[in-house]
Design a protein around this ligand. Sequence first.
Ligand code: FES
Length: 352
Amino acid sequence: MSSQDIPEENLPAEQAEEHRAVAVADEQNPFADPGLPPHEHRIQDTDERAAKRSERMVALLFTVSMLATIAFIVAYLVIPNDKSIFVFPIGHISAMNFTLGLTLGVALFCIGAGAVHWARTLMSDVEVADDRHAIAASPEVRAKVHEDFRQGAKESAFGRRKLIRTTMFGALALVPLSGVMLLGGLGPAPGTKLRHTLWAKGKRLVNMNTNQPLRPEDVMVGSLTFAKPDGLEETDEEFQNDIAKAALMIVRLQPDNIKDKRELDWSHEGIVAFSKICTHVGCPISLYEQQTHHVLCPCHQSTFDLSDGARVIFGPAGHALPQLRIGVDSEGYLQALGDFEEPVGPAFWERG
Ligand code: FES
């Protein structure tokens, strides 16, 4: 005879509870609720020495987290930026990056592991089953939740286990310092650097592919030419920074097709020069549609009309591409007549 067949009042208390939890399958509920399995008590619930051991383990994990955060800060301050170390099987990597990653990882892991160990071994271990209920809770239910929350806080022994509480607060208070330290890596504010490029009056436009100064006759109708300032070489230490601001895009339009008066004044025989850097988030623009005079940024499809002051006609870019005023020098080469008159690239807080 199974326990289901014995009258509930004749069952031992534990089995009677289990018996009540089991719903018998019927037509409306074709799957019987198997009920909860018998509850197994943890050793920490019955042995205070085991509970103390768990408490020390949790405290140890939080303490290791604190030490790892301190190691992170020390590493950030003392390890030189250019120092590399060999790490198997990756090879040579930055000592600073490796140490920061390792210490921050240990600090966060130990907080998580400490919290999980605490919950699994020391917090209340009562199993509860509840029916699904409507999403909007009644005031009584909300009151019960608050009461349960208070009860949970009490049962977690948060107030009683001072060692855990102190070390946990220590670990949680220290770990954000890692993020604060990293703010130092943002470096000094750019000041006016974003407002100036290498372009200046008299700088020749040099073809980025051939490395030769450009003459007007080198720029054909329908072609898209990329240019850099004369004197800027790939071997220069600051090449990447400088080209990221100075990269230029040159096309030749029929002067009659140029709708924007200022654009026409700043062009030379229909040759117009615009910044190649998209004003959305700074991708290099690379696609030119010669029939419509549109250029397209491949990153998020911002489209600019080069015959109309490079204004935005589609996409997320916030403003037109800056134009560079150009002319020809005494030897017949295309030259800039000054720097861009507005910052190139994406909008930024100082743009004004
Ligand atoms: S960077 Fe060009 S559209 Fe986003």
